[in-house]
Design a protein around this ligand. Structure first.
Ligand code: NAP
Length: 488
């Protein structure tokens, strides 16, 4: 094939890949089409790589083959991590992508220097600064989430000034290089400063905010790839980078809103500090608990049940048991729906993914804004390993660190049942007043095995008996929690 024909084939591959990336994002925005979206993204990536491999500038495929094997050997185990480890896995993917962008940027600089046009130098600087800080920042984020590094924010006086000064120095060097591209000795120090800045940017941020930070770093990685697209004159990279950059940014905004936090607060607020003090005083109040048999009887008597899944369901991998409960209750004529909070679990869409994996019909998954109006008419809200996203203190207690965060109004349901193992706090490290309400029954145990027992009661047991709850944690006498829903 001659050069011109070869180039046309490559452009067709790139065009198809770009279209598939756009469609992938569109389809992934709904659970019903998400699988198709993933396939489209995969095919797009294969076409992008295939097109690149046809490039006539390639003189030897040996190193490329080694890189492909190496990438596959690292990539396959990364794709097989547990669902709960996906945030840190994502951070590692960003780190690899950003390292790649930085290395390409560095080699590009030395290939072109000293005659680098101003525009190219500007985007090249942007590429390596964003790439380098994303590389080290993502490594720090992954380390914190994997608990290799301390999760708590590491802070000292004047930290923000030091960090912003470093960033300012990197920007000044970039501007100087744009004006004097032959000052090559300043290029690597600029990259070095960005690498250090990435570390310093993330260490003052608590583990609690890491998923949002990862999403923001995703956005930076996308922007650096788009900048690389300008340097290499690759429309595909510009499109893919811009999609990545903007979607990462939008996701960070959605997550911040769902937690009622601002970016400034996340990046400079050292959130984890609050958690330690807020946990104090959580114990020693009376709560009522119930057995699986009692819980099954209440559920069987209900007309409407809203299941509220959270991080504990993911940890226990209880989604398939939740599906069995859904089947058992639906067979009995109970209307069962699922309330989805945007930041339930540890990553965006965490609950949707798990419930979809268990084949729960999509139309039964109701977003927070839509389901909240329904709770007052709901007989039973069954909370499965969720905590912070149900905490009424977010509505009522201005002193609470989660004050203002939108929550699922579970406390407005007629009866609340909460499956969790203990009275331990959730991610934000704070007590949950929901557990002490008269209408709340605590179902202490692992979500999967407790669910299993409830399903067993519903399918094999009698599940029609009068229910009694009992006080725990302060030794008071048992008392009756008669639950009587009017059958319609
Ligand atoms: P949560 O507040 O972290 O609470 C999870 C609860 O699950 C815990 O109280 C824990 O209590 C229970 N649990 C753990 N393992 C369990 C098991 N095996 N069986 C039963 N229960 C178990 O979770 P959430 O309500 O889903 O809230 C998510 C939190 O993460 C929010 O604070 C949110 O802001 C934060 N966050 C989420 C994202 C995201 O993208 N989704 C991003 C950043 C931050 P026990 O130990 O007593 O069992």
């Amino acid at each position: 094939m001659n050069f011109a024909a070869n180039d046309q084939v490559i452009q067709v591959f790139y065009l198809a890949a770009s279209a598939l990336f756009i469609l992938a994002l569109k389809w992934m925005s709904s659970p019903a089409t998400a699988e198709r979206g993933v396939r489209a993204g995969e095919i797009g990536m294969v076409l992008a790589i295939g097109g690149t491999l046809l490039n006539h500038g390639i003189v030897d495929y040996k190193w490329i083959a080694i890189a492909v094997v190496l990438g596959t050997v690292i990539g396959i185990p990364l794709g097989l991590v547990r669902m709960t480890a996906v945030p840190q896995r994502t951070a590692l993917s960003h780190a690899f992508g950003a390292l790649c962008v930085t290395l390409v940027g560095i080699s590009d600089f030395y290939l072109r220097t000293p005659n680098v046009p101003r525009f190219t130098m500007a985007v090249l600087s942007l590429e390596v600064i964003l790439g380098a800080l994303t590389f080290t920042g993502s490594l720090m984020a992954a380390g914190k989430l994997q608990e290799i590094l301390p999760q708590r924010p590491l802070t000292y006086t004047g930290q923000n000034v030091v960090n912003l000064s470093l960033l300012a120095v990197a920007i000044v060097l970039a501007v100087y290089l744009v004006l004097h591209p032959w000052a090559t000795h300043l290029f690597l120090p600029m990259v070095g400063i960005a690498l250090v800045f990435g570390v310093l940017l993330v260490i003052p941020i608590g583990g609690a905010d890491m998923p949002t930070v990862i999403s923001l770093l995703n956005s930076y990685a996308g922007l650096s790839a788009a900048a690389m697209g300008f340097v290499l004159n690759s429309k595909l990279l510009i499109i893919a980078g811009a999609l990545d950059g903007s979607s990462g940014f939008i996701l960070s905004v959605i997550m911040s809103k769902a937690m009622n936090r601002s970016f400034t607060n996340i990046l400079f607020g050292a959130f984890g500090k609050v958690q330690v003090t807020a946990t104090a005083g959580a114990q020693a109040k009376p709560v009522r608990s119930a057995t699986a048999e009692e819980a099954a009887a209440i559920l069987a008597a209900a007309n409407t049940v809203v299941v509220v899944p959270g991080y504990g369901m993911a940890v226990a991998q209880a989604q398939h048991k939740v599906r069995e409960l859904y089947d058992a209750l639906t067979r009995r004529g109970v209307d069962v729906r699922f309330a989805i909070h945007p930041v339930a679990g540890r990553m965006p869409g965490h609950m949707n993914v798990l419930l979809a994996e268990a084949n729960i019909p999509y139309d039964r998954l109701i977003e927070m804004d839509d389901i909240n109006a329904e709770f007052p008419q709901t007989d039973v809200a069954l909370v499965v390993g969720a905590n912070d996203v149900t905490n009424p203190a977010a509505r009522t207690d201005p002193a609470s660190p989660i004050y203002g965060m939108p929550i699922l109004d579970v406390d407005k349901a007629r009866t609340v049942m909460v499956i969790k193992r203990s009275m331990s706090p959730g991610f934000a490290g704070i007590d949950n007043p929901l557990y002490y309400l008269e209408k709340t029954l605590m179902l202490f145990g692992d979500a999967k095995s407790f669910m299993n027992d409830i399903v067993h009661e519903l399918t094999d047991g009698k599940s029609g008996v009068v229910v009694s709850g009992r006080f725990v944690s302060n030794g008071q006498s048992p008392r009756v929690a008669a639950t009587d829903f009017e059958r319609t």
